[in-house]
Design a protein around this ligand. Sequence first.
Ligand code: SAJ
Length: 414
Amino acid sequence: QTLCIMGLGYIGLPTASLLASKGLRVHGVDVSARVVETISAGHIHIREPALDILVKSAVQSGRLTAHTEPTAADIFILAVPTPFKDGFEPDLRYVEEATRAIAPCLAAGNLVILESTSPVGTSEKVAAWISEARPDLVVPRRGIQEIEAPESIHVAHCPERVLPGQIIRELVDNDRIVGGVDEASTIAAADFYRQFVAGEVLETDSRTAELAKLTENTFRDVNIALANELSQVCDHLGVDVWDLVQLANRHPRVNVLRPGPGVGGHCIAVDPWFIVHSAPEQARLIRLAREVNSGKPEQVMAKVRAKAARFQSPTIACLGLAYKPDIDDLRESPALHISERLASEGVGRVLAVEPHIESLPAALKEAGVGLCGLDEALAEADIVLGLVAHRGFRKVSRQLLQEKIVIDTCGIWR
Ligand code: SAJ
């Protein structure tokens, strides 16, 4: 089997190299010439444990090659970004561009899989774009069974579900949801994933598969919003939120998540909006949860401003910049946003501690944030602001902390 993967980012590249390691011939495509060059040299442009070794051996074996243009293949995977525009409207530009780019390469019997997290109905749009570009092919449509049409292609959605930091393992171990635009597409796509997925491959239709993925990330967002709202309630009532969560979670059917400085990353803060946008009247709780989580950084900053007002010119040690613990990923990170704002507003001198990076992003430097080691930052700090529960932060001496004003947003020392 030959494979053409559109998009060599956090999902496309691990998938491409994994499938190449299983013996498939993989033609990887990315719009960035720099990304293509890097991968062709056997290197990677993103950080993910174990990915470097996998890509290197896939490229060396000749089974993974990187290009800027697609080619004919048996299976096409679309793994391009699906951001949103102003007004939280999903931006399907990259999916449409990738679909139109592969259309001339398609032949009867091919399978096209959309892996990008997408609003409900996107797989049907992919099928419609193909049909428009290639009237000679039989393209599946919802609810219409093409009986014995050898010239038919297949279109299905199989949402990615991997956790950054554990991508390689989860690509194989996680159960996968596969939903075709028609039943033949579901079967074709499920057969493909069963070749390399150790978890179960669950069959459904494309619309249910699309909504299932959005539901998974929305479930997490709503539950984090509950934790974040409880942290506000606790501040108001003078209750320790960490004690509260720990005690409530001793109930056999309760599992409150951890409050934090806000929800980061490029998935959980985006995906719920796809549901809200497509069903605004119905998705009231989902919208509110999103608003609670996106308002959390401002509440953290208000707390810091209030404490900082006691000093002439306080030094604030911001512990962590990543979007979650023990990774180096700074994308859409509330910790990064808070550090930058505290510095640019002049709330104090901001020293950031982020053991997973070597230099600060330009915007933070411009805002006047300094990057330094944990001990140095703690020695100089008047206010210690815990933003990410990196493992390395736990060891800080309690005695040292007692001499400082500590705002621990994510329970590092609990
Ligand atoms: N967070 C909290 N409290 C918690 C848990 C998380 O504040 O108790 C915050 C984190 O600090 C982070 C954000 O939420 O800022 C998101 O982190 P995460 O670990 O929950 O999720 P992601 O964004 O790294 O990956 C998610 C995963 N989805 C689910 O767990 C349902 C992953 O499986 C998806 O593949 C990924 O989104 C994606 O690409 O959609």
